[in-house]
Structures are given as C-alpha cells and as structure tokens.
Design a binder for this molecule. Structure first.
Ligand SMILES: [Zn+2]
Length: 74
C-alpha cells in the first residue's frame, strides 16, 4: 500500500496549509491571508469500478432432483 501525502497550499500566498493522503474535495482557510481555498484532488481514479461489472456473472446450474435414497432398515 502506498500513501502519498499531497501538500495543500494556499492559492493566494502559497503557504503550506496541510498535507492530505487522500481527498476528493477539501476546504481550508489560510491563516495567513484568510483566503478560503477549495481544492479538488488532481487525479482520482473514479473509473476503477467499471471493471467489476464484467465477468462477475457466475451461473451455477442448480442441482435438483438429487435426493439421498432412504433405505428403510428393518
Ligand atoms: Zn494564504
């Protein structure tokens, strides 16, 4: 597993505000210049789950009419 910390910088004064591992959206206010920064992750692989749809249909034939024979033991 690989965790990349992305530096979150102020868009106005380029002050380092935070470091985030994974974020889709982030709102952070700069303590220096007071700019409210609204960041979005630059590259997020959203289309990952498309692959799961293919080949996941596993149809098994229902085993019917197969009963264990009851032997009356007397
Ligand atoms: Zn700032």
């Amino acid at each position: 597993m690989r965790v990349v910390l992305l530096p979150v910088r102020c868009g106005e004064c380029a002050r380092l505000l935070a470091k985030a591992a994974h974020y889709a959206e982030l709102q952070i206010k700069c303590p220096r210049c007071g700019t409210l920064n609204h960041m979005k992750a630059p590259s997020l692989s959203i289309d990952r789950r498309e692959r799961l749809d293919e080949g996941s249909i596993d149809e098994k034939p229902a085993v019917a009419g197969r009963r264990p024979e009851v032997v009356a033991d007397s």
